[in-house]
Write a protein that binds this ligand. Structure first.
Ligand code: NAP
Length: 291
């Protein structure tokens, strides 16, 4: 019988833990707050903003929305980022991506204060992931995959994981996190030969190719656990990279889409807000001890 790896119980557990931590901070006089920086009015950005507002409300985190015109130039965008960096009432900054083509995302990423970088854009935080350091703020989707595997009690040490994605938001950082937990990791991509041979040998397959229902039965065995990170649309219907109806009866375990990793990722973003406050408090205490 296939195990359905639902994201909701994972997200609910995280939400409960977060609400307690937020309350603790509020009792100490610290009101957790993030700023959303949105350039333009893209419908998917607006929908994401609404979701972030709702999730923050659920755990008691305040949100300030900063909206800039589509024609915003770099110097103005950086000035706003600097202001948010300096504002001690703001603990986390979330800049919606992708930015308009005329804005340089790499420069923007380097301007955000790494201690407030809840979406892990800054090079400083990314380097920490690759150096195996856990003191920074990590990327939400890879952290969500690890949280889900932990919740469902996968023993990561020695686990044979194939990740079909090599992007900086998923495959590369996830591979580093799993390696740090002693998994054996294979990264695949669009030029990988005999992909199905590799996925069929894995204990866990993480898919993130962005192609609706691309992975059929032939990619898996009855021993496969599948974490489908893809968010796609088949007509009006949201679906993953895996053909869920065809595969869910023949594999060992699978995340549904919707209802899988997405819900966990949303909570991990808020978990990063709490971690950001912890980092900022530690930094503040260290500084005052030095003075
Ligand atoms: P991306 O940058 O376009 O990366 C896609 C990756 O898939 C690339 O490494 C690409 O290989 C590989 N690929 C594409 N077609 C392939 C094929 N036929 N066979 C093997 N590999 C193939 O996308 P992304 O930003 O990482 O996002 C990936 C998916 O995850 C999207 O569906 C996105 O919506 C979803 N996502 C979900 C969440 C969540 O919370 N659930 C968060 C972020 C993203 P190359 O490198 O060779 O091009």
């Amino acid at each position: 019988m296939t195990k359905i790896l639902r994201g909701t119980p994972v997200a609910d557990q995280l939400k409960e833990q977060l609400s307690l931590k937020v309350n603790n901070y509020i009792n100490q006089g610290i009101n957790p707050k993030i700023a959303i920086l949105r350039v333009g009015n893209r419908p998917d950005d607006l929908a994401y903003e609404t979701r972030v507002f709702k999730n923050c409300q659920k755990v008691g985190i305040d949100v300030e929305s900063v909206n800039m015109d589509d024609n915003t130039i770099m110097v103005d965008l950086i000035a706003v980022i600097n202001k948010l960096n300096e504002n001690t009432d703001i603990h986390g900054i979330l800049i919606f991506r992708p930015l308009s083509a005329h804005l340089d995302e790499k420069i923007v990423a380097s301007k955000i204060n790494p201690q407030k970088d809840i979406d892990c854009m800054s090079p400083e935080n990314l380097v920490k992931i690759f150096a195996g350091e856990t003191t920074g703020l990590g990327p939400c989707t890879p952290l969500a995959v690890v949280a889900l595997l932990n919740f469902y009690e996968y023993e990561l040490s020695g686990l044979n994981v194939v990740i079909v994605n090599r992007s900086m938001v998923l495959g590369k950082p996830l591979s580093m996190m799993l390696l740090a937990s002693n998994s054996t990791v294979t990264i695949c991509h669009s030029k990988t030969k005999d992909l199905a041979v590799l996925t069929r040998q894995a204990d866990v397959v993480v898919t993130g190719v962005g192609r609706p229902k691309y992975f059929g039965q032939g990619f898996f065995t009855d021993q496969s656990s599948i974490v489908d990170v893809g968010i796609n649309f088949d007509g009006d219907q949201m679906c993953g990279d895996v053909d869920y109806d065809a595969v869910s009866d023949v594999c060992a375990a699978i995340t549904p889409v919707p209802g899988g990793i997405g819900a966990v990722t949303s909570m991990i973003l808020l978990q990063n807000v709490i971690k950001a406050i912890e980092i900022q408090q530690t930094h503040k205490n260290k500084k005052s001890q030095e003075e």
